[in-house]
Design a protein around this ligand. Structure first.
Ligand code: SAM
Length: 204
């Protein structure tokens, strides 16, 4: 997966490549999907949700420019795979999932793999996680019409936020860098994520 899909598509950050080599994606997919666990595609994980495509996980992680000492917020735990990748690369990871059964399953796998620095919460992640803010990095793995205001507010000075923003059916990755009172904003890869459902996302 790493050699045939991620590196040829432009993933360069060595730490991201090592993390993608290390985290066992097959443990995060359903038994019936084991045979395609390392294909470069999103896969169903139940509850109408998906584990993201490996390229998208690597790309978004690379855009976060993690050095190892960051406190990261992930919105949309899903299977817990992205959280595990972040757990390899950052100091602390706080991940929020709105569907309790998914959060519970992700928590079990994360615990089994020994990621003591990954903390999973159930709730509306579009509100962020005020009690643990500010965050050096924020990654949103569900699509919203714009970056939720509470997430902008919970980003620390010099922090980076990456999110898929656009319509319900097609988005673009946006990266915000907080510099004083303003945000530097740039758009990159086209993508399709499941919707962010919540106070600052779409209606259920
Ligand atoms: N990062 C995940 C992984 O590695 O498996 C993939 C995430 S999946 C594409 C998007 C997830 O966001 C779904 O599990 C969905 O339930 C969750 N979600 C949607 N709206 C949410 C919200 N407001 N707060 C938290 N999670 C949300």
């Amino acid at each position: 997966m790493v050699e045939t899909q991620l590196i040829p598509r432009g993933i360069k950050d060595k730490r991201v490549i090592e993390a993608m080599l290390k985290v066992p994606r097959h443990l995060f997919v359903r038994e019936q999907d084991l045979y395609r666990a390392y294909d470069d595609m999103a896969l169903p994980i139940g509850e109408g949700q998906t584990i993201s495509q490996p390229y998208m996980v690597a790309k978004m992680t690379e855009l976060l420019e993690l050095k190892g000492d960051e406190k990261v917020l992930e919105v949309g735990t899903g299977s817990g795979y992205q959280a595990a990748v972040l757990g390899e690369l950052a100091r602390e990871v706080y991940s929020v999932e709105r569907i309790e059964s998914l959060a519970r399953r992700a928590q079990e796998i994360i615990k089994k793999l020994g990621y003591d620095n990954v903390h999973i919460f159930t709730g509306d992640g579009s509100l962020g996680l005020q009690e643990h803010a500010p965050f050096d990095r924020i990654i949103v793995t569900a699509a919203s019409p714009e970056v939720p205001k509470p997430l902008r507010e919970q980003l620390s000075e010099g922090g980076i936020l990456v999110a898929p923003v656009g319509s319900r059916f097609s988005q673009q990755l946006v990266r915000l860098c907080k510099r004083g009172n303003r945000f530097e904003e740039d758009y990159s890869t086209l993508c399709v994520f499941v919707p962010l459902i919540g106070a600052y996302g779409w209606e259920d």
